[in-house]
Design a protein around this ligand. Structure first.
Ligand code: PMP
Length: 360
């Protein structure tokens, strides 16, 4: 179950050409490779950034107080139990830096977010990758993988890159059966897109614990990936520890301003989520009809199986369409396709039809 170090790959900071250069002029490229929102940010957030531009010679508020208060009000959480970071990725890495050392083990599902492995390498801990069932985290297997050396267990729900998710009862079972000295990170980066009544981001599972922390982001449904804003809700004891490790002013002034404004425009986010799920359904059906089935996704992306994923990836690049090969995740038969606008999805579906007709 233990893995050798993987080549260094930064999931965040994606550039359109990282996985090969698309054909055509850059303005015609379609970016469907990094699970950003294709629906921009709320106009209110953009206006707030424009207004705040004159203040960029001032440092940001050191611990994002106003933003934490806005998050607390929106999600009905105590502000002192919230910490903000330069993307949720930075918050998760801070958790590693606080709680895992060389020789320790960090446990998560095999097809989890790749940064979970990279952060383990950075702190010298051992990443323990646990086998899944139907590309979905297996709680019994995760619990069975825990040893005396385990310091952190992570669950991304819904998961990237598979898009699969676990219901509340399973997440609760993981929490209830974990030793209380092990930190449980519930990474809810895609929570806004999860539609089922049985889904939970996990905030209610934090109460009464000293070890459970939920991480969230403004990079996906809120459309602020370029500003890097994430946050976590955890027990006061953990938030204090993380607060000592984080840098002062770790969320920049424009990012704090934009995130506060974005939280005030929930109608926009709800609209993004509705549009994304309708588009995800339509795209999954169209690809299935072409013979390319996808895993059941609750994210803003599809994880789609192809008989020759590498050839499809190259073909799409030739059409100016960039999707994400995920062989680095151990999923070489799949491509991860971010849900874009209707026009972008039409172009993707047409290109895949052409591929199927020419080569399939
Ligand atoms: N968790 C998961 C599962 C993700 O897919 C991502 C982004 N790709 C992140 C965390 C980090 O997001 P950010 O740093 O932009 O908040």
């Amino acid at each position: 179950m233990k893995t050798a170090p993987i080549p260094y790959i930064a999931e965040a900071g994606f550039s359109v050409t990282r996985h090969g250069k698309p054909s055509g002029p850059p303005e015609s490229w379609i970016q469907l490779a990094s699970n950003e929102s294709s629906f921009a940010a709320s106009p209110a957030a953009m206006e707030a950034v424009r207004r705040a531009i004159g203040e960029i010679h001032r440092y940001p508020e050191p611990s994002s107080s106003d933003l934490r208060n806005a998050i607390a009000a929106r999600y009905d959480l105590p502000a002192e139990q919230i910490i903000c970071g330069n993307g949720s990725e930075a918050v998760i890495e801070t958790i590693y830096r606080c709680y895992a050392r060389p020789g320790d083990e960090v446990v998560f599902s095999r097809y989890s977010f790749i940064q979970f492995r990279i952060f383990a390498e950075r702190v010298g801990a051992t990443a323990v990758l646990v086998d899944e069932r139907d590309y979905t985290p297996d709680i019994d297997a995760l619990l069975a993988a825990v040893t005396a050396k385990t310091k952190i267990v992570l669950l991304a729900n819904p998961n990237n890159p598979t898009g699969t998710w676990l219901p509340r009862s399973e997440v609760r079972r993981l929490r209830d059966n974990l030793r209380p000295d092990i930190v449980l990170v519930l990474d809810a980066a895609y929570a806004e897109y999860a539609e089922s009544e049985d889904f939970t981001a996990g905030h209610e599972l934090v109460a009464g614990t000293e070890n459970v922390i939920v991480t969230r982001t403004f990079s996906k449904a809120f459309g602020l990936a370029g500003l890097r804003v994430g946050w976590a809700h955890g027990p006061l004891s953990m938030i204090r520890v993380l607060g000592r490790m984080k840098q002062i002013g770790n969320v920049n002034r424009l990012a704090q301003t934009a995130a506060i404004a974005a939280l005030g425009d929930l109608a926009f986010v709800n609209d993004v989520v509705r549009t994304t799920s309708a588009s995800r359904r339509r795209c999954a059906e169209a690809l299935e009809e072409l013979g390319f089935p996808s895993l059941p996704s609750q994210g803003n992306f599809l994880c789609t199986r192809f008989p020759d994923a590498a050839a499809v990836h190259a073909f799409l690049l030739g059409q100016g369409i960039v999707v994400r090969p995920i062989e680095d995740y151990g999923l070489g038969d799949f491509l991860r396709i971010t849900i874009g606008s209707d026009g972008e999805m039409d172009r993707l579906i047409a290109a895949l039809k052409q591929y199927r007709d020419e080569k399939g």
